[in-house]
Design a protein around this ligand. Structure first.
Ligand code: PLP
Length: 453
């Protein structure tokens, strides 16, 4: 990586055009700064002015194999030169979609034997929600339409996926949401005052039981949840939460959908986070890490029972233009080869553990309430006050900005927590670079959220 040749720095031009021509998600109009990323290698990216950053977010939690992998470029180029695109409607198929379906269902928890392809996470959740309702419809229970979700969940922002996402910001101003959606309390062991002094799992199970009784078990299609909450703050539930939820749902014939858009493909140290909890959902939604983000893609893995019902004798009636896109599937296959060959699941566990060890003493700082880790998925919860565990009045955005500007670390946060999801190829030295930067910057954060110079 090098700085642009003097006279050839187009940053000012790009920033002006960006401000005039682009709409960004989640960017207040008064904010004029832009960081224009132009190149990436491994765990690092470079901006248009030549500055190098550590990409501790793996773009948006998806760059498992790191930036700039020639092997993926070759797989994409070869496929583009052979069959760039074809579809899976009716009886048409393509070799790469078939190969990827076999590969994924072999890797998935036993019993998830069929794959449906999408181009991303929200699309996957959309398909899962539709399949859940359609499953019951096809099995002569059309009144099973309710979907249970959790209040701090993020499932993407298509209308269905956005409706089951929990935070009001995804709903307000966007008109009627998908009907028959109910949001429950998510387990969050650090914010345990939310559970009336009760054990977190007991509280959540009681609430789930009461909700099922109130709505009526035979009116509920499914419950959707991220096995480990990502955007919600890398929140790892108590180990008994998912097994007990799954058992209760099963006893009422309610399907369980795991949204593993972030947690799959090694992020938590397993192929799928479901394996941590010994739970096999009925539908499992993936995207992001399936291609390490090199091209958009996603897969919904379902049981034979779900597949049989939704395909039925007349077929599953819906799909996308890009369902089974061969170039995306070829990239996914090359990506899975690298994850396997380079043992990135093991690396997520060991480097994640090392990072957690290095970050553990952050809780000595007055503003760090909790450091959570599972594989290479970490959350640092920042608090104004350790007693109340209240969030910083500014949220975490000024801290993320200081990390970027002062320490060259790119990551994002929700209002309570900084989210760390680095590429799974991260080595110990790079983990140390990240830990050093976090220690330096977080030591400057005041309880009012200001970052001292
Ligand atoms: N589900 C989870 C858990 C996510 O974190 C995200 C995105 O961050 C999505 C779904 C949505 O995925 P996409 O943005 O690809 O639609």
């Amino acid at each position: 990586p090098a700085a642009p040749i003097p006279g050839q720095d187009r940053t000012a031009q790009w920033v002006r055009a960006d401000r005039d021509r682009l709409i960004h998600p989640n960017l207040p109009s008064g904010r004029t700064d832009r960081t224009v990323i132009v190149e990436g290698r491994g765990c690092h990216v470079r901006d248009s002015r030549g500055r190098r950053y550590l990409d501790a977010a793996a773009v948006l939690g998806m760059m498992q194999v790191g930036h700039g992998r020639e092997e993926i470029v070759s797989a994409a180029t070869a496929q583009l030169g052979t069959l760039e695109c074809f579809h899976l409607w009716e009886s048409m198929s393509n070799d790469k979609a078939i190969e990827l379906a076999v590969r994924l269902t072999d890797l998935a928890p036993a019993g998830l034997d069929r794959a449906f392809f999408t181009s991303g996470g929200a699309e996957g959740n959309e398909i899962a929600l539709r399949m859940a309702r359609f499953f019951h419809y096809r099995r002569q229970q059309p009144e099973r339409t309710w979907i249970l979700s959790r209040r701090t969940a993020y499932h993407g922002i298509a209308y269905g996926a956005g409706s089951v996402s929990g935070l009001p910001v995804y709903h307000e101003g966007f008109g009627p949401q998908l009907p028959h959606v109910h949001h429950l309390t998510a387990p969050d062991p650090y914010q345990n005052s939310a559970y009336d002094g009760e054990d977190v799992t007991e509280f959540c199970l009681r609430e789930l039981r009461e909700t099922i009784e109130r709505i009526g078990p035979d009116r509920i299609a499914a419950m959707i949840g991220e096995p480990v909450m990502s955007v919600g703050g890398a929140v790892v539930p108590p180990p008994d939460y998912w097994p007990r939820v799954a058992e209760l749902l099963r006893s009422h014939g309610i399907l369980l959908i795991f949204d593993e858009v972030v947690t799959a493909y090694g992020r938590t140290g397993h192929w799928f986070a479901a394996e941590h909890f010994g739970v096999r959902p009925d539908l499992l939604v993936t995207a992001k890490g399936i291609t390490s983000g090199y091209v958009p893609h996603g897969a919904v893995l379902v049981t034979e029972e779900v597949a049989a019902a939704v395909t039925g004798s007349t077929g599953f009636p819906i799909g996308f233009t890009y369902t089974g896109h061969p170039t995306a599937c070829a990239v996914a296959l090359a990506n899975l080869d690298i994850i396997e060959r380079e043992k990135l699941l093991d690396n997520a566990t060991t480097t994640g553990g090392h990072l957690a060890d290095r970050l553990a003493t952050l809780t000595d700082l007055p503003v760090v309430g909790d450091v959570r880790q599972i594989g290479l998925m970490l959350g640092i919860e920042l608090v104004a006050d350790k007693e109340s565990r209240a969030q910083l009045p500014t949220g975490t955005a000024p801290v993320a900005q200081a990390l970027r500007e002062d320490a060259g670390i790119i990551l994002r946060g929700n209002p309570r927590s900084l989210l760390i999801n680095p590429p799974l190829v991260m080595d110990r030295a790079t983990a140390d670079e990240l830990a050093d930067g976090l220690h330096t910057v977080l030591a400057r954060v005041e309880p009012d959220g200001r970052v001292r110079p």
